[in-house]
Design a protein around this ligand. Structure first.
Ligand SMILES: [Fe+2]
Length: 199
């Protein structure tokens, strides 16, 4: 099953590359890739393969693919049941967040202050969208949000418009204190879909 999953994934990467090369604007590239990710996270072979993927708790991501030419990155996250996520942004990157297994909710926050106090922000919950297998959300640069786990394990595949880790800090937002903490993104764990193992 992992071989079939790897084939499906390779076809997805090729389709994303082709789609990206047909557009110049990053937002347009992400929007044209959205139905491709929706198809990927609806694939039964990838779903079956993902059942053995390791947990990424502790601020980790599985790194499935980096495109050295076009710059996009594909990650996977595997969350434990009931996982509570903190509010954060993804700096300047656009992100497509596709749920492959389980259910999660995506909380979006508005920033109410004018940014006049460095290191602090006043944020307010603006909306919550529920996601299940096959659903894909798009998150714009610097959009403040949090991913919340459901009652069962969940797996998501993430298309990022660029690699941030090691290049740009991302903000975490403390809802209680208002503190904004700039930090590196999640640790990247190279993962080979063909063998179903970290490499
Ligand atoms: Fe996020």
């Amino acid at each position: 099953m992992t071989e079939e999953a790897a084939r499906v994934f390779d076809a997805f990467v090729k389709d994303v590359r082709d789609a990206w090369m047909s557009r110049d604007d990053v937002q347009a590239r992400m929007e044209i890739a959205r139905p491709l990710l929706r198809r990927l996270v609806s694939d039964p072979a990838l779903l079956a393969a993902s059942r053995s993927w390791p947990s990424t708790e502790g601020r980790k991501n599985l790194l499935l693919y980096t495109d050295d030419d076009l710059g996009f990155v594909v990650n996977a996250v595997v969350r434990v049941p009931g996982r509570r996520g903190n509010a954060h942004d993804h700096s300047q990157a656009w992100v497509l967040y596709g749920l492959l297994d389980g259910h999660e909710s995506l909380e979006r926050y508005d920033r109410l202050d004018d940014g006049g106090h460095p290191g602090f922000a006043t944020i307010k919950l603006a909306s919550v969208s529920e996601g299940g297998p096959g659903s894909v959300d798009i998150v714009a640069p610097f959009a403040i949000h949090a991913e919340q786990g459901g009652r069962e394990r969940s797996v998501a595949v993430i298309l990022r418009s660029e690699r941030l880790v090691g290049r740009h800090l991302q903000n975490g937002y403390d809802l209680e204190t208002g503190a904004v903490v700039a930090r590196p993104g999640p640790e990247q764990i190279p993962f080979d879909l063909g063998s179903g193992r970290t490499v």
